[in-house]
Design a binder for this molecule. Structure first.
Ligand code: ADP
Ligand code: ADP
Length: 228
């Protein structure tokens, strides 16, 4: 079953003679539970695509369907609610709140949504990500890898069906990167979450079920289609 479908996504930037085709009729299907990496040179359209799959950016034409819902058919408010409920974002910047401890950072999005924290689930994520003895620490007391694990825990805490990650290990050394993504893979397998991740790291790309390569706004490798 597809969790994400993109149909003929097109996005142009600029005007006149200065037009950039950031996405040029991109069509892809991602199956529930798949771990997909997106690779390609700088400026090839990776971030534009990822943002569109998460409804953070709008195409000029084409559609994105997430879990049966056409994103761009929603009003801005509905889209915000849908995104919060279904999608977890992880960026290169950890974006942790410095005055909140690790646990408070992790549950903040749940509380901002006015939802009850599923303490058992959150504790399991904290344990799986090796943060159990860090819950009372402030972000500045943690290493980069630990901070990124907190950002991952925070993204997972709302129980999203999809994790969208834009170079989540861009600030980490290569061993820490592999450790962190290995843990993300364990947690997403455990909770049957779909991961779509931009990476420049060849070894991380190889950990995925499928790698999609983008060049000049077009999918040129990995096919847009799920294996199954
Ligand atoms: P990648 O993530 O692969 O580096 P991007 O999706 O960020 O690529 O960018 C794809 C192309 O679109 C690039 O040529 C980039 O310069 C251009 N682009 C992206 N965002 C904007 C923007 N807000 N305004 C103008 N051009 C943009
Ligand atoms: P108890 O009822 O036993 O005091 P809580 O329900 O307050 O436990 O918390 C259970 C677990 O959740 C704690 O062991 C801790 O790991 C975590 N936790 C809860 N609140 C916080 C917090 N403000 N800071 C750090 N960890 C917390």
């Amino acid at each position: 079953m597809n969790i994400v479908t993109a149909n003929a996504l097109k996005k142009l930037y600029g005007s006149g003679t200065n037009i950039v085709k950031a996405l040029d009729h991109v069509t892809l299907e991602i199956e529930h539970g798949e771990f997909v990496t997106i690779i390609g040179t700088s400026g090839s359209g990776k971030s534009t695509l990822l943002h569109m799959l998460g409804g953070l950016d709008f195409p000029d034409s084409g559609e994105v369907i997430v879990d049966g819902q056409s994103l761009f058919a929603l009003s801005p408010d509905e889209l915000t609610i849908f995104r919060r409920r279904k999608i977890g974002f992880i960026f290169q910047q950890f974006n942790l709140i410095p005055v909140l401890n690790v646990y408070e950072n992790i549950v903040l999005p749940i509380e901002l949504d006015g939802n009850q924290v599923d303490e058992e689930y959150v504790q399991e994520i904290i344990t799986l990500l090796g943060l159990k003895d860090k819950v009372y620490n402030l972000p500045h007391q943690l290493s980069g890898g630990q901070q990124q694990r907190v950002a991952i825990a925070r993204a997972l805490a709302t129980k999203p069906s999809i994790i969208l990650a834009d170079e989540p290990t861009g600030n980490l050394d290569s061993k820490t990167s592999l450790d962190v993504i290995g843990l993300l893979k364990v947690t997403s397998d455990r909770f049957k979450q779909t991961i779509i991740m931009i990476t420049h790291n060849e070894e991380i790309a190889q950990m995925a079920d499928r790698t999609i390569r983008i060049e000049d706004g077009q999918i040129v490798g990995g096919m847009g289609y799920a294996k199954g």
